[in-house]
Design a protein around this ligand. Structure first.
Ligand SMILES: NC(=O)c1ccc[n+]([C@@H]2O[C@H](COP(=O)([O-])OP(=O)(O)OC[C@H]3O[C@@H](n4cnc5c(N)ncnc54)[C@H](OP(=O)(O)O)[C@@H]3O)[C@@H](O)[C@H]2O)c1
Length: 368
């Protein structure tokens, strides 16, 4: 099941280098009421990629102060009013020395040494630490995973190159290094699955509503009953700031708690686009015979495997809320329509129109 992890990170890695633009401001109606407690000083390691800006805005909305730490390469004009400490997680942490914060949100940790260095430096000077990990940390995706399932490991733990093969195990090591430096009563580790919503530069979820909107005959992989699991970036941001506000500690899968299927995704895409689409469901074996795979060619779809069945129970008990996927699809399209035409000319994930037509023709040639 390494392929699940490989396809998941491949698109994430594309996103690491890409810019997120045009994020809508969080509104009061979008989350809960602004918090009543003491305003906190929060340091966000990252903060200007995809998920970071949603966390920044949610923290500000609740009345907290935010400091950013990054290299200044990505979207560096996004938050002109916030203090930004320029530095590199790779041996460039000087700007963090001798500073105190109430909490740290670490969403740019991919390399264990980087996570260990920053956690060690910050541990004496912070009282809460949230590390953003991933569901790719698990060892086996053939079955559903809960937070105590076995984790992926590296044969050589000195490896630092982040690839489709190493991403999950590196993130598992990052979790362990954070836990080695931060007391358990201060640490929360969040493991999101596909993070979707406005600002998602990977186009993995976007492919489906964007393609549906074009209408006509449309290839859908596998079965309408196949499970699919995402988390809306705003729900992740809410729970992340909850971890800070409510001192939530421990490890949590960050996945939608409601059961959701490819068939329901189709219905949601139809509902938010009002498009007339004629779905053609093609079975997984035929697609595999054409060299097509879930996760890569059909983003977020993993057939019947456990990548769409992570347990959300622990997070739900801790207060995580999920909005309906239809809302994610609707808001994604609204954001998509604000992007420049050259950006939206094609999606960064999913089948090209030519490939889709070719596979549909081959399927129909068999009398289907
Ligand atoms: N996208 C998904 O579906 C998904 C799913 C599961 C988990 N995750 C996790 O979510 C996090 C990624 O979130 P994202 O998409 O918002 O991140 P991102 O797009 O990779 O953004 C990274 C942020 O970190 C900063 N940064 C990157 N490298 C740095 C370095 N060496 N030193 C200092 N700052 C650095 C970037 O700013 P500069 O470039 O200016 O330095 C930027 O602010 C990762 O922890 C990933 O494992 C993502």
């Amino acid at each position: 099941m390494a392929s699940s992890r490989r396809e998941f990170i491949k698109a994430s890695a594309v996103g690491v280098a890409a810019a997120a633009t045009g994020l809508p401001l969080a509104s009061l109606a979008d989350g809960k009421e602004a918090r009543q407690g003491r305003p906190l000083n929060i340091l966000i390691l990252g903060g200007t990629g995809f998920i970071g800006p949603h966390m920044v805005r949610e923290a500000l909305r609740r009345g907290h102060s935010v400091t950013l730490f990054n290299r200044g390469r990505s979207n560096n004009t996004l938050f002109p009013d916030l203090e930004t400490i320029k530095g590199d997680r790779d041996n460039g942490l000087d700007g963090l020395k001798d500073r105190k914060w109430d909490a740290v949100i670490d969403n740019s940790g991919y390399v264990p040494r980087h996570v260990e260095d920053s956690a060690r430096l910050l541990a004496p000077n912070v009282s809460r630490y949230v590390f953003i990990s991933t569901v790719s940390v698990y060892a086996d995706f053939s079955t559903p995973n809960h937070e105590d399932s076995p984790l992926a490991t590296l044969v050589d733990e000195t490896v630092e190159e982040v690839t489709g093969e190493t991403y999950g195990a590196l993130k598992a090591l990052c979790e362990q290094r954070a836990a080695g430096e931060i007391d358990a009563d201060k640490l929360a580790v969040l493991r999101p699955t596909y993070i979707c919503g406005p600002g998602d530069h990977t186009d993995r979820f976007s492919y489906w509503p964007v393609r549906t909107r074009k209408g006509g005959e449309m290839l859908w992989p596998g079965s309408p009953d196949d499970n699919v699991q995402i988390i809306d970036v705003r729900d992740l941001a809410n729970f992340t700031v909850d971890c800070v506000d409510r001192e939530i500690r421990g490890t949590y899968n960050m996945v939608n708690a409601n059961a959701y299927s490819m068939g329901e995704l189709l219905e949601d895409c139809r509902a938010v686009t009002a498009a007339s689409v004629d779905p053609v469901w093609i079975d997984a074996d035929f697609l595999a015979s054409k060299g097509l795979a879930g996760g890569r060619d059909f983003p977020i779809w993993h057939g019947a495997d456990g990548f769409a069945k992570f347990s959300a129970d622990r997070a739900v008990r801790a207060g995580m809320h999920n909005r309906p996927e239809r809302e994610t699809a609707r808001d994604l399209l609204t954001w998509w329509d604000t992007l420049p035409a050259e950006r939206t000319a094609s999606t960064r994930a999913g089948l090209s129109p030519d490939k889709e037509a070719e596979v549909l023709a081959a399927w129909k040639a068999l009398g289907n």
